[in-house]
Design a protein around this ligand. Structure first.
Ligand SMILES: *[C@@H]1O[C@H](CO)[C@@H](O)[C@H](O)[C@H]1NC(C)=O
Ligand SMILES: *[C@@H]1O[C@H](CO)[C@@H](O)[C@H](O)[C@H]1NC(C)=O
Length: 391
């Protein structure tokens, strides 16, 4: 009897303790930055087999998208897509379809000239989330949604950060920031699009990349038409305090039940993505801004509270006098437009521009990428510079 009990206990210990010990051992390795990077940047997440030099495979029309390379400021080669708006594509369909497929010298293509030579062209610089590559999951739907409100004029520039997709290198926080700046410079220097005809879009991790880029540009006194974030978070350590972090960092999930381990993990993080503070810097350094923070209320990965916090800090950064919490709550309620069952919008107008929060009740973390609200956000950003655009 006793030995049976003992062997049951031993069995239990092996069953529970073994994996736990292995897990603790694994977590203690997290001080090693490559482990951390592999968790935050799921660039090696298995995606279905596709050739990223054949964008048609994820649903584009033949030769609507040109795959090409952009060199980063520190000498890496990134893989990017120039996505032609579908209305413009249709106008030139016969000539476009005559081109060659595969990776291109983009400057030799008609697609590129249709971007560079049109004084009315607008460009959305697209910063994707932490998993997969530029053509993964809802992203092609997102590219279409972003251009939908002016399908003759709005081009999308999508790219893979270092280590993602076909891009060289491996991801780090500063690396991704360099990538975004390099892509922006390609847009202004090679494609000759002035900053006021560029909007920056970023989702999830990409929201952090977008905010970092806007901040960097503001510090250089460069002002874009606007920035749009979707499903953004305030910073990685705060994200780690919610159970939902499992969706963002699946490997960290068991940690949530062990605050001591979680605190240790958070204290060792190198890639913290301090988006909230950077948004404040961006606003304070800007001559003008146009900021739209979009979030789905039912986001299962990044709770809506992150968007609320980004919005509150953004607004507070514009206040010349102390903005107490009570006054803020009162004014936020007063400026809120309820959209029935659908969600709400809060617009905060300041002398230097608009800060707008849009909360859609449904949309999860990724599905919202395909919604028409994306196209409206882009249009709003461009019209903030030129009210006659696509009017
Ligand atoms: C920033 O640029 C604007 C217009 O582009 C200009 O009016 C302003 O003087 C510049 N500010 C600084 C600090 O360079
Ligand atoms: C704005 O910032 C000040 C100073 O940090 C703080 O005391 C105040 O509570 C903040 N207000 C809001 C609405 O966050």
């Amino acid at each position: 009897m006793r030995s049976a009990l003992r062997s049951t206990l031993v069995g239990l210990l092996v069953a529970v303790g073994g994996p736990m010990l292995m897990y603790v051992g694994f977590i203690s390795l997290l001080g090693v930055s490559s482990f951390e990077a592999r968790m935050i940047y799921q660039h090696r997440a298995t995606v279905d087999a596709r050739d990223l030099n054949v964008p048609e495979q994820v649903g584009y029309s033949h030769r609507q998208v040109i795959p090409f390379n952009i060199a980063t400021l520190d000498g890496l080669k990134l893989h990017a897509w120039h996505i032609l708006p579908i209305g413009l594509y249709y106008k030139h369909i016969a000539d476009l379809q005559n081109g060659e497929g595969g990776l291109q010298d983009i400057e030799q293509t008609l697609n590129f000239r249709l971007l560079r030579d049109d004084q009315e062209a607008r460009l959305v610089l697209h910063c994707h989330g932490s998993r997969g590559d530029l053509g993964w999951s809802w992203r092609p739907d997102n590219h279409r949604a972003l251009a939908a409100a002016a399908p003759d004029k709005i081009h999308v520039l999508a790219f893979d950060y270092r280590g993602f997709g076909l891009s060289e290198g491996s991801p780090t926080e500063t690396g991704l920031q360099t990538d975004a700046l390099s892509v922006f410079k390609w847009a202004t220097d090679v494609a000759k699009i002035p900053p006021e005809r560029i909007a920056i879009f970023g989702q999830s991790l990409g929201a952090g990349v977008a905010i970092s880029l806007a901040r960097e540009l503001a510090l250089r006194n460069i002002s874009v038409a606007g920035i749009i974030t979707e499903g953004g978070f305030t910073d990685v350590p705060t994200l780690c305090t919610t159970y939902r972090v499992a969706g963002f960092l699946p490997v960290a999930m068991p940690l949530v039940k062990f605050p001591v381990l979680m605190n240790y993990f958070v204290s060792r993080l190198i890639n913290t993505w301090e988006n909230k503070g950077r948004l404040v810097d961006y606003i304070q350094a800007s001559e003008r801004y146009h900021i739209q923070l979009i979030h789905a209320e039912d986001d299962p990965i990044v709770p809506l509270s992150h968007c609320d916090e980004l919005f509150r800090h953004a607004v507070n950064a514009t206040a010349s006098n102390q903005l107490g919490l009570e006054k803020f709550d009162r004014e936020k309620t007063a400026s809120k437009t309820e959209l029935g069952q659908v969600g709400f919008i809060t617009e905060w107008t300041t002398p230097k521009g608009l800060i707008r929060q849009e909360v859609f009740r449904f949309g999860l973390h990724d599905k919202i990428l395909s919604f028409p609200l994306n196209g409206l956000a882009v249009l709003r950003a461009f019209q903030s510079v030129d009210p006659s655009f696509a009017a």
